[in-house]
Design a protein around this ligand. Structure first.
Ligand code: NAD
Ligand code: MG
Length: 396
């Protein structure tokens, strides 16, 4: 990890762009910016389909540029922003432009592999990037981390577990790290039998007990694929081997993750389950800023519990760990197959347990190969999506 930028409280406002401004992470980021308007100048915002919200955000933040990934929404956005000086764009190329425009700091909060190319653009021009879009590291971790190094960019993990580790990891002494432990809430089906999980609905699956998040990550949390993706994310972000990354179920989501050192010390970061805390940490880094997250009241919580993850009931965990061990194109296949299967589950075309089945089928279908260029990743992603859709057709 390259740590170079310095922020002083009295420094000039930070210029910032938000990719995926209309989502859960995007709106939490904007909430923090609006509480500290003097500290930020907003350059670009991107969205996809929620034109009204994007236009409202662009006006409120006085952004230079607003764009939608879906070109069908161009006229609606142009209309909503008529009479302002805000430039308008549409299509994938406009999201790349939003990433390329000259902001010091970029929040990468698009969901899924759609975030890969824009996040990489921001990295390549040496920006400081707050990384929420874990899927980009899952499918192109080696290429992304190489690009960070080449460009002297700074990658600040926003995912709560990785943000926690980032806060307590001794980057100067990686050889003194014994392991890192990613905590997991266990999701809404932590206590469900496999038979019960076979008949759950999308509504049950998105109702996360602790966190309020976008639909895709909520389903991933329910299947525990989210923790599998986070395992791969952690492998790329931190100087540890795959066998040094543990997963521990902790239903209260108070300890966000921990680092164990060779002397037996374990350092953890704690907080309420509110993404505005890790987002604030990344936004203000290396300083800190106030966040409106509820303060942690441990006396009230009284008890913290822990248990090992159940790999039989949550096969996504082993699928992800095996994909990480196999390396090459396997994690990109895992991610693309999962995105398509999650979408099909949300549309009620497959059952909840079909999600890991489709992912496993796709992982077994390929001879995995080395990905040398971002185009190789995009190609694997595209082919896997086609094959996963066909596999899903056959289920019903
Ligand atoms: P979300 O669904 O609420 O928002 C997604 C954003 O991406 C929206 O702004 C949407 O317009 C945009 N988008 C969707 N499809 C797009 C496309 N094809 N091209 C361009 N933009 C597109 O998702 P979220 O919950 O905010 O999650 C965003 C990312 O952050 C994900 O990678 C997720 O894993 C990660 N993350 C989220 C949370 C959380 O609490 N929500 C926590 C940790 C990590
Ligand atoms: Mg997380």
């Amino acid at each position: 990890m390259v740590l170079s930028a310095q922020l002083h409280p009295q420094a000039a406002p930070r210029t910032i762009s938000i990719l995926g401004a209309t989502g859960s992470i995007g709106t939490s980021t904007i909430d923090l910016i609006l509480r500290n308007p003097d500290q930020f100048n907003v350059v670009a915002l991107s969205g996809n389909s929620n034109v009204d919200l994007l236009a409202k955000q662009a006006k409120e933040l006085n952004a230079d540029f607003a764009c939608v990934a879906d070109p069908k929404n161009y006229l609606a956005l142009k209309d909503a922003l008529s009479g302002t000086n805000i430039e308008v764009g549409a299509g994938e190329s406009s999201v790349l432009e939003a990433a390329t425009r000259n902001a010091d700091w970029v929040m990468a909060s698009i969901v899924g592999a759609a975030g890969l190319a824009p996040t990489l653009e921001a990295v390549k021009r040496g920006a400081t990037v707050g990384l929420a879009n874990k899927e980009s590291l899952v499918c192109a971790g080696d290429l992304m981390m190489q690009a960070v190094k080449n460009a002297g960019a700074v990658l600040l993990p926003v995912d709560s577990e990785h943000n926690a580790i980032f806060q307590v990891l001794d980057f100067d002494r990686p050889e003194r790290i014994e392991k890192i432990t990613l905590t997991a809430s266990g999701g809404p089906f932590r206590m469900f039998s496999t038979e019960d999980m076979a008949i759950v609905t999308p509504e049950q699956a998105v109702a996360h007990p602790n966190w309020s998040m976008g639909a895709k990550i909520s389903i991933d949390s329910a299947s525990m694929m989210n923790k599998g993706l986070e395992l791969i994310e952690a492998y790329h972000l931190f100087p540890v081997r795959e066998d040094q990354i543990d997963i521990l179920v902790h239903p209260q989501s108070v300890i966000h993750s921990m680092v164990s050192y060779v002397d037996g010390s374990v350092l953890a970061q704690l907080g309420s389950p509110d993404m505005r805390t890790p987002i604030a940490y990344a936004l203000a880094w290396p300083d800190r800023m106030e966040a409106p997250s509820p303060k942690l009241d441990l006396a009230k919580i009284a008890q913290l519990n822990f248990e090992s993850p159940d790999l039989d009931r949550f096969p996504a965990l082993s699928l992800a760990r095996n994909a990480l061990k196999q390396g090459k194109s396997a994690p990109a296949v895992l991610n693309a197959a999962n995105e398509i299967a999650v979408q099909a589950f949300l549309e009620r075309r497959i059952g909840f347990l079909d999600i890991p089945r489709v992912v496993e089928e796709m992982l077994e279908k390929y001879e995995h190969h080395v990905l040398r260029h971002i185009d190789d990743v995009l190609q694997v992603d595209k082919i896997t999506r086609i094959n996963a859709r066909q596999a899903i057709e056959k289920i019903h």
